[in-house]
Design a protein around this ligand. Structure first.
Ligand code: CMP
Length: 237
């Protein structure tokens, strides 16, 4: 029996947007839904035992690596509609990073052999996967570039620009001008771990950007009022 609720959840996953209803129904029979608590580890870096792909039906997770000094570097924050855990399924290597739930999360889990069979039989899925992996590689390239060439100010600004690109929503601001909103914004600690700096530095950069009317913080939303200021390499704290 096809679980219609799972089919609906699968429809919310970007990777499967090209699949037809019958393909989604078939996939639904191979998927297990599981709830994870906030802060629960889903994938552990270097682990070789868990062999599955994860799709986010609800909630948010962070993908990060831990340095020898114990500091975490966030590679990505992923949310509803995103997937993770594909790399080790494809190349057979240990898990490349740790993935932890940032909020409580409902995940759909597909076993390795089912995912690989699906990839072999569905070219649209391969293309979707390649497109998403290219996007992630581009973002990582930008991060690496900014780590070696930019000031911390530039790195924090670069992280904000990546968020604008990934999940910014254009709306009319209070004065009628168009602004970009990042809903459910990352915390300053998370932004620090995404930019290779400290929370205190992010806080300083934020104060400076607020003073320059480039951003404003409204509860859980971050509003980008003047994107061009974030791109200005000459701006200092
Ligand atoms: P895998 O290596 O199997 O397990 C950890 C997962 O984290 C990995 O697959 C990817 O899904 C995800 N991941 C690793 N690096 C990145 C990155 N730079 N950006 C986004 N996701 C990543």
């Amino acid at each position: 029996m096809v679980d219609k609720a799972i089919v609906e959840l699968l429809k919310g996953v970007d990777l499967f947007s090209e699949l037809k209803e019958e393909q989604l129904e078939q996939l639904a029979t191979l998927v297990i839904a599981n709830d994870f608590a906030r802060d629960e580890t889903i994938i552990l870096e270097k682990d070789e035992s868990t062999q599955a792909l994860f799709l986010i039906a609800s909630g948010e997770v962070k993908v990060f690596m831990t340095g020898i000094d114990g500091r975490e570097t966030i590679l990505a924050l992923l949310e509803r509609g995103d997937f993770f855990g594909e790399m080790s399924l494809i190349d057979g290597e240990p898990r490349s990073a740790t993935v932890k739930a940032v909020t409580s999360a409902k995940l759909l889990i597909i076993r390795r052999e089912h995912f690989l069979d699906l990839l072999k039989s569905t070219p649209e899925l391969c293309m979707g996967l390649l497109v998403e992996m290219s996007k992630r590689l581009r973002k990582s390239n930008r991060q690496i570039g900014s780590l070696s060439t930019m000031s911390v100010y530039g790195r924090v600004a670069g992280t904000l620009l990546s968020l604008v690109e990934e999940r910014g929503v254009r709306i009319h601001g209070t004065d009628g001008r168009m602004v970009t909103v990042i809903r459910n914004r990352p915390t300053q600690q998370q932004l620090a771990e995404m930019s290779g700096t400290t929370r205190e530095t992010v806080s300083r950069v934020f104060s400076s950007l607020v003073k320059k009317h480039s951003i404003s913080v409204m509860g859980k939303d971050l509003v980008i009022l003047e994107e061009s200021l974030l791109r200005d390499q000459d701006l200092k704290e």
